[in-house]
Design a protein around this ligand. Structure first.
Ligand SMILES: Cc1ncc(COP(=O)(O)O)c(C=O)c1O
Length: 384
């Protein structure tokens, strides 16, 4: 008889996104839980995919990404942040940001190393850290604004710290780091052998005239960083799973050693189509903040008069709502109950923290939805 397989990730179950989306489907609930748009990919981008499929771009892409897409990413980065990464040595196309995050973690961490993450924290980071033999050190971001507490961060640094993972704009809270935050981080990391992994998948979804503080805007940080983004978020195409990583040549070289044995390369026709679209339609990502700000404002306006507390999100397509005036239930229980009884699915925020604040009463709603869906959701919220 064979011995039972001992799990490498004994604490990992099915992600909350899968659980809530499945429950929403089972209950016929409106799904504002998982973060995906319910509106169309830009038609010109779809046409470009069809064109490249028919043109025969159907075999393996180069391991590091289709050259013209890497060039288009470098050009977009220059337009957005005033710095142009070298498309040959510093830009790598990946199968979604998820793959890029995983490869960057594996490239850096060795057994016994520590990686600092900020809680609430996106759920893919810690399993990646554990698979590398590392240990996640969780630094809480405190509500209501969920900004980093730099004193606490300084206290979490140790001789074993090898990596810091940050995420701005932030899922699930919608908070956005400031230039001051980046300076604090640079000061605290100065002189230490610590790498940085900056998850910037919502880079083009920031509101109220704020600037997205990409790590790429901060040379001292960029010199030690893997900066990760996702076309899924920017082009309403989360199912395509195309992302990329920008990092200095020496870091990219190690990153690519992992990437080539995780996926080797990423869908060829999609890469060509994205290159076409980036070259021709720069205004798409430039108009994204206004596009999503209108959605955020609509959602917040529609729920006015409800018993939920709402501080408008600063970035991402997520809005936190505070239900402390409605119920004392745990957020996990309330999220499930609302899905079953009110037919509205959301995500409980506590699942993103190892030690959630017991007084916190927050649900996360995704407003990347058609206006009609947002109106239906708000009508339910106003009745609760
Ligand atoms: C913070 C964050 N990072 C990474 C990802 C994964 O991006 P992708 O779908 O491109 O793998 C997501 C998706 O929801 C996310 O919210």
């Amino acid at each position: 008889m064979t011995a039972p397989l001992v799990s490498r990730l004994p604490r990992v179950g099915t992600t909350i996104f899968t659980v809530m989306s499945a429950l929403a489907q089972e209950c016929g609930a409106l799904n504002l839980s998982q973060g995906f748009p319910d509106f169309a990919v830009p038609p010109a981008l779809l046409q470009a995919v069809v064109q490249h499929l028919q043109a025969g771009h159907n075999q393996y892409a180069p391991m590091t990404g289709v050259p013209r897409l890497r060039e288009a990413i470098a050009a977009k980065t220059l337009a957005a942040y005033g710095v142009a990464p070298d498309p040959v040595h510093e830009v790598t196309v990946t199968s979604g940001a998820t793959e890029a995050l995983f490869c960057a973690i594996q490239a850096v961490l060795r057994a016994g190393d520590e990686a600092i993450v900020f809680d609430p924290c996106y759920d893919s980071y810690e399993p990646g850290i554990e698979l590398a033999g590392g240990r996640a050190v969780h630094v809480p971001l405190a509500g209501p604004d969920f900004r980093p507490d730099w004193q606490r961060f300084a206290g979490a640094l140790s001789p074993r710290t090898r990596l810091v993972i940050l995420n701005t704009p932030h899922n699930p809270t919608g908070s956005v780091w400031s230039a001051e935050d980046m300076q604090q981080l640079a000061t605290l990391l100065r002189g230490r052998g610590i790498w940085l992994l900056s998850d910037e998948v919502y880079e083009h979804i920031v509101f109220d005239g704020r600037r997205h503080e990409s790590v790429l805007l901060h040379p001292e940080l960029a010199a030690r960083a893997f900066v990760v983004s996702s076309f899924g978020k920017t082009f309403h195409a989360t199912g395509w799973k195309i992302g990329y990583c920008i990092a200095p040549a020496a870091l990219s070289a190690e990153f690519r050693k992992i990437h080539q044995f995780v996926t080797f390369s990423t869908s060829t026709p999609m890469q060509h189509a994205l290159a076409d679209y980036l070259e021709a339609e720069a205004q798409h990502w430039q108009q994204l903040p206004a596009f999503y700000q209108r959605k955020r404002d609509l959602f917040c306006r529609l729920i006015e008069g409800s018993r939920f507390g709402c501080t408008p999100s600063a970035g991402t397509y997520f809005q936190l709502l505070d239900y402390s005036a409605i119920s004392d239930e745990r957020d996990v229980d309330l999220a499930r109950r609302l899905t079953r009884e009110a037919r509205l699915a959301s995500i409980p925020v506590s699942v993103f923290s190892v030690a959630p604040d017991p007084a916190q009463r927050l649900l996360r709603f995704c407003f990347a939805k058609d206006d009609a869906t947002l109106e239906q959701a708000a009508a339910i919220i106003r009745r609760l």
